[in-house]
Design a protein around this ligand. Structure first.
Ligand code: MTE
Ligand code: MOS
Length: 780
């Protein structure tokens, strides 16, 4: 295996590991030169495709009259389920519960019924509206409450348990119970869903798809068209954001474009507008979590019981693994002496919810933090004290609800560090003093920790492949199974390859992800893109390097240790030659200069039925301290200051990691405070554009924002250069803002009661919480 320590010489290549390096496309993102799918020069004869959607959440489709669609200007072809040569299915992981086009049964408002292809996008869009459908309405299940009555699940629930939770709660000195409702979230990627398909010879088709999971899109396209996977190539150079929303949701668009292309023999592009994109695609799951907890007078948790009911929508999609991950994170950084936790992935007649940064983990942690907050009010202490009291600790207090031992717990030290850096105690005292004076502007502060498990819980996904070519001019072509969505995966993997060969990063060509170069890939998800693909690329580069060393030993007759890769050159015996010269000489001697690389995460295993195993290779940690001001007359608030300390192990690229931490935090804060999804009684999503769905703007960012990466904290596991995954964990730092708002709100009632604000804490909800508290302490 390759060595994971970079060469310690004063002289360094540019763009090796552990250095700040801008995103490879940063300049192009800013100037608009970065090519997204809609920027690819359109092939001659390209058709534009639009989808016709159902108007009902749950109905039998009695008839669908498409005659007006067909005769509309510019329309070339109209396709329904009857035109699908293969399987009418775009579900992930082969669950067969998600048709490409609904035919007899409609299961959510906005479900695609047909596609229309026309000469221009505008003509296709207008034509799609001309369909006349006849429905027989069925009783829709729209809310979690109603779904709990019917009890239909889209996936078998999971249970985690350790010890006898019921007994521990019953015999604890103190007890409380409650429910928290946690809102969903739209991905709001800047580049919406899009696919462009180009038909080839025979069966062949090339699809440019904005997807995190090219291999799955390949399989979906193959089985919809009833052709073998080897006839389908999926290519993705970059996505303009994905956040989990393109892990499975790209399937439908890619399959439709490919179907049109093969049916018409013309290239076809499908790009829904923002409103349709938001209506058609799944979101973060909203949850209702019931909890009961037993604790002692100090606030130490004795036993806890959770029921995680999630609104999954009409199909399974990733709801099984998402609700599982909520359970895996219902402990956050806390040890439960006894625990029972169960998931309830409920079927509803709404869009099928999907992956979203954190993948259910955030909802699990939000429930854990609510419990901490409740206990703090019950025993009259600062929630931070309750957190510290319940942290994982020494043997006996280090086993998770899924029976994995926490071996790398750094939460106590990290939180202590942030508490000091952020001057938490002094500021908290000052805030209490400020609020004691009364007035309608109240301040609040909270410090919340994060522990996030790294690895796919479906063990088979923890594998990756890469392909590296070295050309005779010494330049390197790099390809791997990971996809680029703005997170900076491509440049991180290029840094690894540059480091391995000791060549400047501008000698390494980053190339688009394609199923033809690296097959059978996993989705770029679970934050493991760099962990998996970085290692695979390192293995590929290392194989070539070993061949070059072997060749040099033979050709120059030197011992192996006298062949040393120095920056952009190689020392062989007592001569130094440029890297490119060694490569050219090796080529002349017929040395193979291309290699694949493969990696699979070691140690992990998971038995879902038993609720036991080691699903995570390691954990990533972080903490955030937020201070807010709340206007108690309107419920509006402002984030005054946020301090973050986040653990990325030994960073591959600190500049990019900071970007992930900042962006993740703001996205998490948006989820828990201002982003609100709203469906009407007819099951129609009414928040389907930025006019009604508010994501954080620049002006919403913390006025003071201190972000630090934890130093001198290499991953204890042998990950790529001892780095840690960073993509998702920082999202959960946003919890600090919710809790700071709650702290400010509690002041109106003298901190006597837990405000129990259910996220998103919109100004409306904050105001309602204030009024409820005031009523409780002094009834009218
Ligand atoms: N960062 C940007 N800029 N855009 C994105 O779409 N997706 C997030 C995270 N950071 C995302 C992002 C999600 S959901 C995941 S799982 C990881 O990036 C995936 O990339 P990684 O595994 O390379 O970290
Ligand atoms: Mo991220 S939710 O794992 O794509």
């Amino acid at each position: 295996m390759p060595d994971s320590t970079p060469i310690a010489t004063a002289e360094r290549i540019t763009g090796g590991v552990h250095v700040d390096r801008r995103h490879d496309s940063a300049h192009k993102h800013v100037t608009g030169e970065a090519v997204y799918i809609d920027d690819i020069r359109e092939p001659a004869g390209l058709l534009h495709v639009y989808l016709g959607l159902s108007d009902r959440p749950h109905a039998k489709l009695l008839s669908l009259d498409l005659s007006k669609v067909k005769s509309a200007p510019g329309v070339v072809r109209v396709l329904t389920s009857a035109d699908i040569p293969g399987t009418n299915d775009v579900s992930c992981m082969g669950r067969h519960d998600e048709p490409l086009f609904a035919d007899d049964l409609i299961e959510y408002a906005g479900q695609p019924l047909f596609a229309v292809a026309a000469e221009t996008r505008e003509l296709a869009r207008r034509a799609a509206r001309l369909a006349v459908a006849e429905y027989e309405d069925l009783d829709p299940v729209l809310t979690t409450a109603k779904a709990r009555e019917t009890g239909t699940v889209v996936f078998p629930p999971m249970t985690l348990k350790r010890g006898d939770a019921a007994e521990a709660i019953a015999s604890a000195p103190r007890r409380l119970e409650g429910r928290i409702a946690i809102g969903g979230q739209d991905h709001f990627y800047l580049e919406g869903q899009i696919a462009m398909a180009v038909p080839g010879e025979d069966d062949e088709v090339l699809v440019h798809s904005s997807t995190q999971h090219p291999s799955e899109v390949q399989h979906i396209v193959a089985h919809v068209l009833s052709i073998p996977a080897n006839a389908v190539s999926i290519e993705v150079r970059r996505m303009g954001g994905a956040f989990g929303g393109k892990e499975t949701q790209a399937n439908l668009f890619a399959a439709t474009a490919a179907l049109v292309a093969k049916k018409t023999g013309r290239a076809a592009k499908l790009r829904p507008d923002r409103d349709d994109d938001m209506v058609i695609t799944g979101k973060r799951h909203d949850f209702e979590v019931d909890y009961s907890v037993g604790f002692d007078d100090e606030g130490r948790i004795k036993g806890v019981d959770f029921l995680f009911a999630a609104r999954c929508g009409f199909a399974a999609d990733l709801s099984g693994p998402v609700t599982d991950r909520a359970l895996f994170h219902c402990d956050n950084t806390y040890f439960y002496e006894a625990v029972h936790a169960q998931s309830l992935p409920l079927k509803t007649n709404t869009v099928s919810n999907t992956a979203f940064r954190g993948f259910g983990g955030p909802q699990g942690m939000v429930a854990a933090e609510r419990i901490i907050e409740e206990i703090a009010y019950a025993v009259g202490k600062d929630p931070l004290e309750i957190r510290k009291l319940n942290f994982y600790g020494e043997a006996g207090r280090d086993v998770t609800p899924y029976h994995q031992t926490v071996e790398d717990n750094i939460a106590p030290e990290l939180v202590a560090d942030l508490e000091a850096r952020s001057d938490y105690q002094a500021r908290r005292a000052a805030i209490r003093e400020h609020n004691a004076k009364g007035g309608y502007l109240r301040k609040g502060i909270a410090l919340t920790p994060v522990k996030f498990g790294i690895s796919f819980t479906a063990t088979q996904y923890n594998q990756a492949g890469a392909l590296v070519h070295v050309y005779t001019d010494g330049s390197v072509h790099l390809n791997h199974g990971g996809t680029e969505m703005g997170q900076g995966l491509y440049v991180k993997v290029a840094q690894v390859v540059a480091e391995e060969f000791q060549i400047d990063i501008d000698k390494v060509r980053i190339t688009a992800t394609t199923t033809g170069k690296v097959p059978n890939t996993s989705a770029t998800a679970a934050s493991s893109g760099a962990d998996l693909n970085g290692k695979a690329a390192q293995v590929a580069a290392h194989t070539i390097k070993e061949r070059l060393i072997g060749f040099a030993v033979e050709n120059w007759g030197v011992p192996r240790e006298q062949v040393v890769f120095l920056p952009n050159r190689v020392r062989i015996g007592n001569q130094e030659i440029p890297f490119a010269d060694l490569v050219r000489t090796a080529y002349m001697a017929r040395i193979q200069l291309s290699s694949t690389g493969f990696y699979k995460t070691p140690e992990i295993h998971w038995d879902r039925a038993a609720g036991s195993g080691k699903p995570f290779y390691y954990f990533s940690y972080g903490a955030a301290a937020a201070e807010v001001t709340v206007d108690t007359l309107t419920g509006e608030y402002r984030v005054d200051r946020v301090d973050i300390l986040h653990d990325v192990g030994k960073s591959l690229n600190p500049a990019l990691d900071r970007g992930q931490v900042e962006g993740g935090f703001v996205q998490g804060m948006g989820w828990l405070t201002m982003e609100e999804l709203w469906w009407d009684q007819r099951g129609h999503l009414r928040t389907h554009a930025p006019s009604t769905y508010k994501i954080p703007a620049c002006s919403d960012r913390p006025k003071i924002f201190n972000v630090h990466l934890l130093e001198n904290s290499p991953n204890r596991k042998d990950t790529i250069y001892r780095s840690k995954a960073v993509g998702e964990p920082p999202l959960m730092l946003g919890m600090s803002v919710l809790h700071a708002i709650s702290d400010a709100v509690a002041s109106v009632a003298g901190y006597q009661r837990c405000p129990r604000i259910d996220p998103p804490a919109t100004p409306e909800k904050v105001l309602a919480a204030i009024e409820a508290l005031l009523e409780q302490v002094s009834p009218p």
